[in-house]
Design a protein around this ligand. Structure first.
Ligand code: ATP
Length: 221
């Protein structure tokens, strides 16, 4: 039986969402729906609330008021189910610092139950261009190398929804270009991307929708 388009829940739905830190409202009464199979560019000046919004969707934070839904599931009431579907790439992306890049990926491949963890790790290291410093623990990596390893983890996991917080930050021009290609591959594999960046041109080329924040409110870009 064909599912009618109306039966497909939005990839992301924000229902009157607010988030307060102490006395400061980081997000104020945000309502928005991202249609299924569309990717979202999230823009706004420093401090406009982009990271806060991504952390709410990733279930790392709970809203002060309102409701966040991911693929039709409530991000608070169904937190564990939502966590299976989303992955967040941020400057604090979780990596095992004492392990090499390959070892980090092998650990994830085993967790995911992949048939050949070593082969999967090698293939991804080549794909993201992490073929140098193969014996170094991640703690010696540059910020750009960490970004590449973090995107490799996302590519291995292929989450339904990938939340990318400044994926181009700390990358050189060649790194930015490579990251654009990798985000394109993530989308081609069926992942919906929510991308927060100050690089508007790169973001517009990768995303079909845009949400612009100003002091925690959605405003026309
Ligand atoms: N843990 C926190 N405690 C208190 N205030 C916070 C906290 N996290 C964020 N804020 C405040 O909430 C507001 C929104 O911050 P947020 O990091 O979400 O913005 P942003 O758009 O991601 O900014 P940037 O572009 O600089 O990354 C800012 O005023 C920030 O100072």
């Amino acid at each position: 039986m064909d599912a009618s388009p109306a039966a497909t829940p939005p990839a992301l739905a924000l229902h009157d969402v607010s988030k307060r830190y102490g006395r400061h409202w980081a997000l104020a009464r945000l309502t928005y729906a991202l249609p299924s199979r569309r990717s979202l560019l999230l823009t706004g000046h420093n401090g406009s609330g982009k990271t806060t919004l991504l952390r709410l969707v990733a279930t790392a934070l709970a809203p002060t008021a309102g409701r966040v839904e991911v693929l039709g599931r409530d991000a608070v009431a169904q937190r564990d189910a939502v966590r299976q579907e989303v992955a967040l790439l941020s400057h604090t992306s979780f990596l095992y610092e004492d392990l090499t890049a390959r070892q980090n990926l092998v650990v994830l491949a085993r967790l995911l139950g992949l048939a050949s963890p070593g082969d999967a790790a090698e293939a991804l290291l080549t794909r993201v261009g992490l073929t140098r410093r193969t014996q170094s623990p991640v703690r010696h990596f540059s910020a750009g190398m960490r970004k590449r390893l973090a995107i490799a983890r996302l590519l291995m996991k292929t989450p339904a929804l990938a939340l990318l917080d400044e994926p181009f930050g700390e990358l050189d021009p060649a790194g930015i270009q490579a990251m654009e290609g990798l985000i394109g591959e993530l989308k081609a594999s069926g992942t919906t991307v929510v991308l927060a960046t100050h690089l508007i041109d790169q973001g517009m080329a990768l995303c079909e929708e845009r949400l612009h924040l100003q002091e925690g409110r959605a405003v026309p870009a």
